[in-house]
Ligand binder design. Structure first.
Ligand SMILES: *[C@@H]1O[C@H](CO)[C@@H](O)[C@H](O)[C@H]1NC(C)=O
Ligand SMILES: *[C@@H]1O[C@H](CO)[C@@H](O)[C@H](O)[C@H]1NC(C)=O
Ligand SMILES: *[C@@H]1O[C@H](CO)[C@@H](O)[C@H](O)[C@H]1NC(C)=O
Length: 355
């Protein structure tokens, strides 16, 4: 009850209009606790801040090549999350304009500090396993987050955490397919942790904590591309060791998308398109555990070096709540699942969040 009213106050107190600020790009690492290369004593400190420990058993004795790619993607993602939530904690601590939470301050700050430490352990666990398998650990990059208020930061966290929740399904699927069953249990425990976080962010946004009965799935290439949109180009020392695909951007132009069937507007850069023949392309929506939905591009036209188009979004028919991943594909499928969509994707992922 006490927590709930603290949350309600945070919701109310953060409606202040965000003021755009000049962006800086201070590399956040290493953190004061030594992350990403903490000493043994610092690891104990991080574990206390995280309210738990790294798994203390060894990783499996062998791993597939695709399993290694999973660990690399997890490390890249967790490093990005540590950078984001560390900066968010700084902003809230310093009551930066747009981040003054008044009555909810202590509870939100304590929660976010635990999140930072928990994400640090997720990253250390993945990079530790990579080292154990004789691989280079993934190193942090420099980041730039397109937010300047607490509400915007939480909305962004809710969106990228949803992408993670979908992608870790793909990670487990890939582990299963390649005989890496020894890694599935720990990753599943991380899915639960990230989902607990998601419920907190959704509550702050005044949404019900649990979005859908079966969360939206994703594919590794979509997450790999989405993470890079927060990375300063050229700032990652060894992202090139991750053999995943980076797609060209797909912009979702319609804002404040309501829970109703409607046409949505999208765009992509003309320079990125090998064809301007819209009939050769399709837009595909991935939502929940359903077969990907394929639509044609409509009313395509060129404006400011962009190809702008519309496509129907069949919300009612499929109850498309929570996250939808949109991708422009070559060909109309049918696509059996998210991995097959990613294989045919040219532009994406467009991230759509409905209540
Ligand atoms: C790892 O080794 C075990 C036992 O030899 C084998 O059953 C499993 O398929 C191997 N896994 C991979 C990913 O190679
Ligand atoms: C922290 O605040 C600065 C200044 O408003 C902003 O540029 C940055 O994006 C914020 N970061 C997060 C994670 O909220
Ligand atoms: C990926 O796409 C190529 C053609 O672009 C096709 O030949 C191949 O079968 C596809 N693979 C999967 C797994 O869908």
């Amino acid at each position: 009850m006490k927590f709930f009213s603290a949350l309600a106050i945070i919701c109310l107190a953060t409606t202040a209009v965000a003021v755009p600020t000049g962006k800086r790009s201070t590399p956040p690492f290493p953190l004061p606790d030594g992350f990403p290369n903490p000493s043994d004593a610092q690891v104990i400190q991080i574990q206390q801040a995280a309210f738990g420990t790294l798994p203390n058993g060894p990783p499996p004795s062998n791993i597939s090549t695709d399993g290694l790619t999973n660990l690399k993607l997890i490390a890249l993602n967790e490093l990005f999350e540590v950078a984001f939530f560390n900066e968010l904690v700084q902003n809230v601590t310093n009551r930066v304009h747009g981040y003054d939470l008044r009555a909810g301050h202590e509870y939100a700050l304590a929660t976010l500090k635990a999140v930072v430490a928990q994400e640090e352990l997720h990253a250390l666990n993945a990079n530790g396993a990579l080292k154990k398998f004789g691989q280079e650990p993934i190193q942090p990059c420099q980041y730039d987050f397109p937010v300047s208020s607490f509400r915007e930061a939480i909305a962004l966290a809710a969106t990228f955490t949803d992408v993670v929740l979908g992608t870790l399904q793909d990670v487990n699927q890939v582990f299963a397919k390649n005989g890496d069953d020894g890694l599935v249990r720990a990753v599943s425990s991380v899915i639960g942790n990230e989902a607990e976080q998601e419920g907190f962010y959704r509550t702050l946004l005044k949404k019900r904590p649990s979005s859908q009965p079966f969360l939206t799935t994703s594919a590794r290439d979509f997450a790999f591309t989405a993470i890079q949109s927060f990375i300063l180009p050229g700032s990652c020392p060894n992202i090139n060791t991750i053999p995943l695909k980076t797609f060209k951007p797909l912009n979702v132009l319609t804002e404040h998308i309501q829970p109703a069937s409607q046409n949505l507007q999208f765009s992509f850069a003309k320079a990125d398109a090998s064809t301007t023949d819209a009939s050769a392309l399709n837009i595909v929506y991935i939502n929940q555990q359903n077969a990907p939905i394929v639509m044609s591009l409509q009313n395509a036209y060129e404006q400011d070096e962009q190809i702008v188009f519309q496509a129907p979004f069949p919300f009612q028919e499929f109850e498309m709540n929570g996250l939808t991943i949109a991708a422009v594909t070559k060909g109309a499928g049918p696509f059996a699942n998210a991995d097959v969509v990613a294989n045919a994707t040219l532009f994406g992922p467009g991230l759509i969040e409905i209540y």
